[in-house]
Design a protein around this ligand. Structure first.
Ligand SMILES: *Cc1c(COP(=O)(O)O)cnc(C)c1O
Length: 387
């Protein structure tokens, strides 16, 4: 398979599009058929076989962006992640996972794997040797997520891929936070790149989808499992996803520059004790991020000092929406201690580094000054009166 010849903006705009032979329309037509002619054709098409025209079209676009031979669209990020894991893990196998991973993936592992006879270990840290330390004779897969949620830790992708290769293991990455614009893990030696396309690929907070990008050989194996599990994406959603990705590169560039500017603003602010953003030179893994990413992304987290009421702060925001999920064009904020990590005690939270004042900030593509003004205004209103 030829490597990228086109630039990412051109790939976003054009790659994979279905030519409208009938009317010469400028965009891919939507083929909603769930039943296709089967005689005298090479491909027997069916939505759950992941091979309808629109599924193939968006798959080609995502593959080109990831510099992968192939990609498949799924009905959700978790459909993609679970299918990939079950394609490479059987009863009696073992997987090594990064300690800090997306909550839904964590739940899948701890709620389902044991009863399926699949053994797992989470690392104690994120250095390459933390992964190697957990490898057992029956290990088959090494799984990473970088930048991580919500603390934006950075794992050295190539270092982990090299260790896994040395042991003959398959590597998977959740590439959702970076998006393929900021990070192309297959170029760094990772086998399988996973996405919640609900996030940056979709980008407008109106699509639930997922994707897997990998070599043809790995996609063939994943496809065998995918058609049995059945997490395929509808053609209408494929169309919307294709439409969304046309602006992915421009959106991500704006997310990157806004987040960088806001991270630097927050860092200087007396109301803020700590900012977590890989684009800041004081981030512990800034150099690795710089080497393996093309941009630092639109996600950051920060903590307020005790002089501010963090719940009141969110209520006073006018542009930024307090909201679950992330990576839309609009700025959103979320308090992990009240949402994703609310089931932990404050002590358990502090063990994993999530203070009760930690805010996760999905920086949107609004004018950056309007976002900063919004934060400034809300901070004034949320200052606890000191007597
Ligand atoms: C949202 C998310 C997922 C899960 O994706 P869904 O589309 O909600 O199934 C997986 N990984 C990361 C990093 C996410 O942010």
């Amino acid at each position: 398979m030829a490597k990228n010849k086109l630039g990412v903006h051109t790939i976003c705009t054009h790659t994979g599009e279905i030519k409208d032979e009938q009317f010469g329309g400028a965009v891919s037509p939507i083929y909603m058929a769930s039943s296709y002619q089967y005689m005298d054709v090479d491909v027997k098409r069916y939505p759950r076989y992941f091979n309808t025209p629109n599924q193939e079209a968006v798959g080609k676009k995502i593959a080109a962006l990831e510099n992968a031979e192939m990609a498949l669209p799924f009905a959700s990020g978790m459909a993609a992640i679970s299918t990939a894991l079950f394609a490479f893990l059987n009863h009696g196998d073992h997987i090594v996972l990064q300690n800090e991973i997306y909550g839904g993936t964590f739940n899948l592992i701890v709620e389902e794997f044991e009863k399926m006879g699949i053994d797992y270990s989470f690392t104690d840290g994120i250095e390459a040797n933390d992964f190697e330390a957990k490898i057992k004779p029956n290990t088959k897969v090494v799984y990473i997520e970088t930048p991580s949620n919500p603390l934006l830790t950075i794992t050295d992708i190539k270092a982990v891929a090299d260790i896994a290769k040395k042991h003959g293991l398959i590597t998977m990455i959740d590439n959702t936070f970076a998006s393929p614009i900021n990070q192309r893990p297959l170029d760094l030696g990772i086998d399988i790149s996973l996405h919640s396309a609900t996030k940056y690929l979709g980008g407008h907070s109106d699509i639930c989808a997922g994707a897997i990008a990998a070599s043809e050989v790995h996609i063939e194996r994943i496809w065998q499992k995918a058609k049995n599990i059945g997490g395929s994406l509808s053609d209408f959603m494929c169309y919307l996803l294709e439409r969304s990705i046309k602006t992915l590169a421009v959106r991500v560039e704006k997310h990157n520059s806004n987040a960088q500017e806001i991270a630097e603003y927050l860092e200087e602010h007396t109301a803020v004790t700590k900012v977590y953003y890989p684009g800041l030179s004081n981030h512990p893994k800034h150099d690795i991020a710089k080497a393996q990413m093309h941009g630092f992304g639109g996600m950051l987290s920060f903590e307020l000092t005790e002089e501010y009421d963090v719940v009141q702060f969110q209520k006073e925001l006018q542009v930024i929406k307090p909201s679950m999920s992330l990576a839309g064009v609009e700025s959103t904020m979320l308090l992990p201690s009240a949402t994703s990590h609310s089931l932990l005690t404050p002590e358990q939270r502090s063990e994993v580094g999530i203070s009760d004042s930690l805010l996760r900030f999905s920086v949107g593509i609004e004018d950056v000054q309007d976002i900063i003004n919004d934060v400034e205004h809300a901070l004034k209103k949320a200052a606890i009166a000191l007597v």
